[in-house]
Ligand binder design. Structure first.
Ligand code: CTP
Ligand code: CA
Length: 225
């Protein structure tokens, strides 16, 4: 409903969205992952396309089907998401990182199925690269929008991430609140800006939350050009 003869608020803009979890293999049949389903990121990608943008969506494993009018690249690991994101970064006007990227991965994934032993098992984990932080170090004109999943001290932790990763906006959601976190169709988000101001939105569908985020992005892009 945003597209008219003149286009929508994001017509002519190139936007890269990441979504979903990443999966980090232990062996060919086992992995570490998280509860992300991709719903928020897919909603952002779909809405951005409806608002006129040229949208690329890079997603970890998600049961959702490709949004209409969006170029979709499916990945598994944080390392693959990093490669696909970095190689496309230069041509973008904005990057919206809603993916729940693994912070750690097994240090020595096995090529064969691990056999059980008597007694406990420990798996050595190593840090993954922080994709958003790397983008923040490389950005030129691009608008960078991050997400922050928190359970407490939400504003403080979100603003810390905005500054550390050189972001233009960060969207926080309190994943401890019912109806706000992973797998839900609704979300309770706050949009934090560089100047420390924030828009605290009521509980709404992920589609409407996506639209609110994209309208803030569109305003910043207009102010830039
Ligand atoms: N992110 C990323 N690469 C990572 C980890 C996180 O790009 N390896 C991005 C996420 O996509 C999100 C933002 O960073 O947009 C914040 O993710 P979050 O997990 O909330 O924060 P972290 O910086 O990982 O800190 P912590 O998990 O300790 O709270
Ligand atoms: Ca994290």
């Amino acid at each position: 409903h945003f597209l008219s003869e003149e286009g929508g608020p994001l017509t002519g803009r190139k936007i890269l969205v990441t979504a979903g979890p990443t999966v980090e293999p232990v062996d060919p049949v086992r992995y570490f992952s998280n509860r992300s389903t991709g719903k928020m990121g897919f909603a952002v990608a779909e809405r951005a396309a409806e608002m006129g943008a040229d949208v690329t969506l890079i997603s970890g494993p998600s049961p959702l089907s490709d949004p209409y009018g969006v170029k979709v690249i499916r990945v598994q690991t944080a390392a693959e998401m990093l490669d696909e994101t970095l190689s496309r970064f230069d041509g973008q006007d904005a990057v919206i990182k809603s993916a729940a990227v693994a912070d750690y991965r097994p240090a020595n994934p096995l090529a064969y199925k691990m056999k059980k032993q008597d007694g406990p098992l420990s798996v050595e984990m190593e840090r993954t690269d922080d994709i958003l932080k790397l983008l923040g170090e490389r950005k030129k004109h691009q608008l960078l929008i991050g997400f922050a999943a928190e359970t407490d001290r939400v504003h403080e932790y979100a603003m810390e991430k905005l500054r550390k990763k050189n972001l233009d906006l960060i969207v926080s959601n309190n994943v401890a609140v019912e109806g706000a976190g992973f797998a839900s169709d609704t979300n309770l988000i706050t949009i934090h800006r560089k100047d420390g101001s924030a828009a605290e939105l009521p509980m709404m569908s992920k589609k409407d939350a996506a639209e609110a985020i994209l309208l803030e992005a569109a305003a910043l892009l207009r102010a830039e050009s």
